[in-house]
Write a protein that binds this ligand. Structure first.
Ligand code: PAF
Length: 280
């Protein structure tokens, strides 16, 4: 496994692999790798000739006042975990190599970026789309892998790849959960023991929503019920959104349809957590 820090070297390696007709699987991460990331990396390894994992805490996707400085970083631990899986390259650029002095180009995926998480993190998806656009240009992957936990992110990336003719297959992999249902996330590390216990309310609200929808209850009533469940947990300090949404446009649904996105973003104490499930 090789560690590449310089974008132009990474690009040369990728170019070479493409000339040789090899497929490249790409898993972008911000490090602090957990089982969710590892499942994406294993899948990329199994489905491609070569696999590249990037580790980069991207400053442009953190909104002012967010946790950029204290975002968990553990590059040595990450390298060990990736090495065990057996992939080819870790791309580990530093901030100035990707955003040098004078950097001024950003990518915005309109409409989808302003909804759900975008309302509460203005500019977040612009940062995500920009860094992924740069990674896609450098690594030129055949396939790129994303977790369903960040469903809106994956939808935005799919849109961008289609709109900008990248020709990359975007693969959305299932959310990996703890035994009690909590979606695994790097930010779970911020939770105190009490908050960790309380956080299972998110999955419980989603499952209740699923059950009600399957029983034929109207989406707007399901959304209210999910909100009520979250409101009854004292450690939920803020409900940013909760309910039943259209899985393609991300608008809240009032009427029944074939496919639903049940999604939640809440703060437990100071920690912002998101989760979702899709129902066909
Ligand atoms: O999901 C993440 O960890 C980040 O948003 C990503 C895709 C690595 C871009 O910085």
């Amino acid at each position: 496994m090789e560690i590449i820090r310089i974008p132009s070297i990474m690009r040369e390696i990728a170019k070479d692999l493409i000339i040789k007709g090899k497929s490249i699987g790409f898993v972008p991460t911000m490090g602090a790798l957990h089982e969710g990331h590892l499942s994406l990396i294993k899948r990329a390894r199994d489905e491609n000739d070569y696999t590249v994992v990037s580790i980069f805490v991207n400053p442009t996707q953190f909104v002012q006042g967010e946790d950029y400085d204290r975002y968990p970083r553990d590059v040595e631990g990450d390298k060990e975990k990736i090495e065990k899986i057996g992939i080819d390259y870790i791309f580990l650029p530093d901030v100035t190599s990707l955003y040098p002095h004078g950097y001024s180009t950003y990518v915005t995926v309109e409409s989808l970026s302003d909804k759900l998480c975008g309302k509460f993190r203005p500019g977040h998806f612009r940062g995500v789309a920009t860094i992924l656009c740069k990674f896609f240009n450098i690594i030129k992957p055949t396939r790129a892998y994303f977790g369903q936990k960040d469903y809106q992110q994956a939808l935005i990336v799919k849109r961008m790849v289609e709109d900008l003719n990248f020709g990359i297959e975007i693969i959305i992999c299932p959310t990996i959960r703890e035994n009690d249902g909590l979606a695994i996330s790097s930010r779970n590390l911020y939770l105190s023991d009490e908050e960790r216990k309380a956080s299972i309310i998110i999955y419980q609200a989603l499952k209740k929503g699923e059950q009600l929808l399957k029983e034929g209850v109207n989406p707007s009533e399901v959304s209210l019920k999910m909100k009520e469940i979250l409101e009854n947990e004292p450690l939920v300090s803020e409900i940013q959104y909760t309910g039943v949404f259209d899985p393609f446009r991300l608008d809240e649904l009032r009427e029944k349809q074939d496919k639903y996105l049940l999604a939640i973003a809440v703060k437990i104490g100071d920690t912002r957590l998101i989760d979702n499930i899709i129902i066909e």
